[in-house]
Design a protein. Sequence first.
Length: 179
Amino acid sequence: MTGCAELINTGRARAGDGLSSVADLQAMADRYAFAGIRGTAADVAQAREYRTRLDAIVCSCEAGEVERAIEQINALLSQAGASPQIVAHDGRGPHLHVSRPTAPLADRMAAHFAMGLAWLVVAGESRRMRSCQSPTCRDVFVDLSRNRSRRYCDSRTCGNRLHVAAYRARKQEGAPATG
């Protein structure tokens, strides 16, 4: 799910599109178990379109629109050509491949990320994918906290920034007027 959030966040980036080249897509693919599969310019364009659709799915999940999320996930799985299979290769034990071995990189990534979202929906955990509540951040993250209470994509940056601002505002309110 972290890869799904990272892909979505490339489109929500404050400093422009974070998925602007084959190298960007390839770096992400290599981080998320798609190593050895080479991307193309066509994959970048397709990944951007899939990113928009994955973002819409997360928004549906956040809004509690589970039926809508299911429709969106099923449509994306169909378009990406998902065909789950259990495989074992390269010294790795049995694991799940969600797409055909010959599928383009963008299709493989979209199918994999959509299946992750599908598992969350089926498990009743669709609201674990959420947007950061910091007013200066739009990033998506996966809330893996036990009580599902995480509010910020990163408590050290977004969360801390808000807590420090609130502390300073309280201090300012309690400060005696100078004049």
